[in-house]
Structures are given as C-alpha cells and as structure tokens.
Design a protein around this ligand. Structure first.
Ligand SMILES: C[S@@+](CC[C@H](N)C(=O)[O-])C[C@H]1O[C@@H](n2cnc3c(N)ncnc32)[C@H](O)[C@@H]1O
Length: 349
C-alpha cells in the first residue's frame, strides 16, 4: 500500500473515530500528513495496514510505561488530559521508540475484542434459536473469546432489557422493526472460539495488547473489558489457534451437540479475497453434513465477496446478516447496518 493510500485510510479513520474518540480523531487527521509515521504503518503486513494497528502499538507502549509525555493526552492514562494538539508528541514518540513501535506493528494483529458487538450477534443468534432451539456457538476470529459470552451478558436496547446484570451492553435500535429485537436470550449448550492468534487471558502482556486495542477516549470500554475478562476467566472460555480459511470445518467437529451457529465480527476483513472464498467454502463443506447458521457482522467495503444487499458493496457500515443452511440449501437474511462497536443498529427494510 502506498503512502498516499495510507494517508487516505488515516483520513477515513478520522471520520470513523468521530466525536466519540476525539483523541484518535485528531491524531488520525494530523498523522495523515506525516510521511515518517505512515512509513512506520507500512511495515505492517498488508491486511494489518490499518490506522488502529499503529495506534494500538503506541498505546501498548504507553500502557507499559505511562511516564512518556505523550501519555498526558490519553484520557485513560491521566485524570486531566491535555487538550492541545497531540500530533507533535505522537510523532516524537514514534521517532524515539521507532524500533519498538515497528516491532509491534509488524507482529501484532489488531485485536479489539469488542463486546459491544455481542448486542449485534445476539440479534442474529436469538433469531436462529427461535427456530432451532439450543445453540452450539463457534466464534471465528474470537480473539480472547469475549463474544462467546453472548448468552451471559445483559442488554439494553433503548429500554428493551434482557439477560444478566453483571455486565449490561447498551445498543440503540433505529427504524421500525421492533419485532427483530431478541425476545429472550438463547440457550448456548457449547461454545468455542477459533483465532489465528488467540489472546491468552492468563498472560499479562497479551491482556495488555487487548487493552491497547481499546480507544483511549472511551474510558467506559476499559471498565467493561475488565468485567468481561473476569467473566471469561470464570467461564473458562476456550479459543483454539487456527485459521478461519482452513480450520473451520475441523473445529466445528468439536461442537457436535446443538445447532451450530458460527459468528464473525470484524474478522473477515483481515483475510484476503482467496481466504474469504475459502472460509465460505468451509461453511458449505459443513453444510453437507449438518444444518448451520452464520451470523455475520462485517463491513462490505472491507470484506468484499460476502453476502450483501445490492448497492451496499461499498458500505463501510457494519452489516448484520444471518445465512442459514437447512438440508444443504442456503438462504440469506440481511437484518441491519450497525456501528462497528455495536452502539446502534438501523434495521434494514
Ligand atoms: C478486530 S479483531 C475482532 C475480534 C472479535 N471478533 C470482536 O469482534 O471483538 C480480529 C480478530 O481476527 C483474528 N484473525 C485475523 N485473521 C484471521 C484468520 N485468518 N483466521 C482466524 N482469525 C483471524 C485476529 O487474530 C483478531 O483476533
């Protein structure tokens, strides 16, 4: 990817970060014009050449040592964050710690294990469970496996509340299809994750990387993440190491009981087109032997080739859809477009 392409990505990310993440919004806007920082991001493997890769690498180093002057701009690292332009301090940090930043950028994948997405996955999973009953949940690109606890969290869809109390996820539904809101939490009889590089919740450095992938402005997300990690440790969630494109069918075998529901959220953009085609091939392979459903929350523009309503191919919004295989026959239902972290969803007509 050229420096110009990376600059465009930074500008796009400036819009995505928006007012919810003013620090990252300002950084992305400023860094789009700083070639030496874009060069650093260019060291990431192709699919990881995303602004969040660089921002998480720097954040990880700051979490390890918050004494650097740059930390004074991070709302999660200081009680009274500086409000002046953070870009010079960020560029200075990257210059000073270039080797460490480059090493993280080269070797780590963004692993924003965002449990807000459980509010989206639940909509699809509850819809499937209403037809088929008990579910066996396989989350692909599961990271630390926190979205495997879909059935354990509580939810508040603008007053429509259901589920547990220890951790409540809010999601605002927009549009006029209230019948699509989950009526109840589905029963999950088995759960397993699959990830190319799973996060081990017993490893402090890996947990720090998970935290580094959270945007520093959103201090509520750190607290929520801490509770989810605790719940995941208690539940003993398991995530196997393996690739979505090659290990899906062999992993599904480990979940023989319950209707198999596979979930993906912001994962398939990290595969290239051949990898996504191979993933779809694995789904078809499983469907030759058993019924299954796939709840997908991915952005069509970043993961071309997935089921998508006509005209939405270039959309950067997260598209929530359910693909069902029953007796080998496939049908697709598109449900909503969503905020990438699940803050809201807009029902599709
Ligand atoms: C942005 S995170 C999303 C994690 C989680 N799905 C969520 O929504 O919170 C992307 C995850 O996909 C994993 N991943 C990337 N490429 C993969 C592949 N080819 N096979 C399996 N996992 C992959 C990464 O390791 C990372 O944990």
């Amino acid at each position: 990817m050229t420096a110009r392409d990376l600059s465009v990505r930074m500008r796009d990310f400036e819009g995505v970060a928006g007012p919810r993440a003013p620090l990252y919004q300002r950084l992305a806007g400023g860094l789009a014009d700083v070639p030496e920082v874009l060069d650093l991001l260019a060291e990431a493997p192709g699919p990881n050449q995303l602004p969040v890769t660089l921002l998480a690498a720097v954040h990880d180093l700051l979490l390890a040592d918050p004494s650097a002057p740059l930390a004074a701009y991070y709302p999660n690292l200081t009680a009274d964050p500086r409000r002046d332009d953070p870009v010079p301090a960020f560029v200075g940090f990257c210059r000073e710690r270039r080797d460490e930043v480059a090493e993280l950028v080269r070797n780590r994948t963004p692993q924003t294990n965002e449990i807000g997405r459980s509010a989206l996955l639940l909509v699809g999973m509850a819809r499937v469970a209403a037809d088929v009953g008990d579910l066996a949940h396989l989350d692909v690109g599961a990271s630390a496996g926190l979205n495997l606890l879909v059935s354990e969290y509580g939810y508040d869809y603008a007053g429509h509340r259901l589920g547990g109390r220890r951790l409540v996820i809010s999601c605002t539904p927009r549009g006029d299809r209230p019948e699509l809101l989950p009526a109840r939490i589905p029963r999950v009889v088995a759960r397993l994750g699959l990830d190319r590089s799973p996060i081990d919740l017993a490893d402090a450095e890996q947990v720090r990387w998970l935290r580094a992938c959270v945007w520093p402005d959103q201090t509520d997300r750190f607290e929520r993440l801490g509770t989810a990690i605790q719940l995941a440790r208690e539940a003993g969630v398991q995530v196997r190491a393996g690739d979505a494109a090659t290990a899906l069918a062999s992993t599904a075998v480990a979940l023989p009981v319950g209707h198999l529901v596979i979930t993906t959220s912001w994962v398939l953009n990290y595969l290239d087109r051949a990898g996504r085609d191979a993933f779809l091939g694995e789904l078809e392979l499983i469907a030759q032997h058993r019924d299954l459903s796939w709840v997908c929350a991915e952005a069509p523009a970043y993961a071309p080739g997935l089921p998508c309503p006509p005209g939405m191919e270039d959309s950067t919004l997260t598209l929530l859809s359910v693909t069902r295989w029953r007796d080998g026959r496939r049908s697709v239902e598109h449900l909503a477009t969503c905020h990438p972290h699940g803050y809201w969803l807009t029902w599709l007509a």
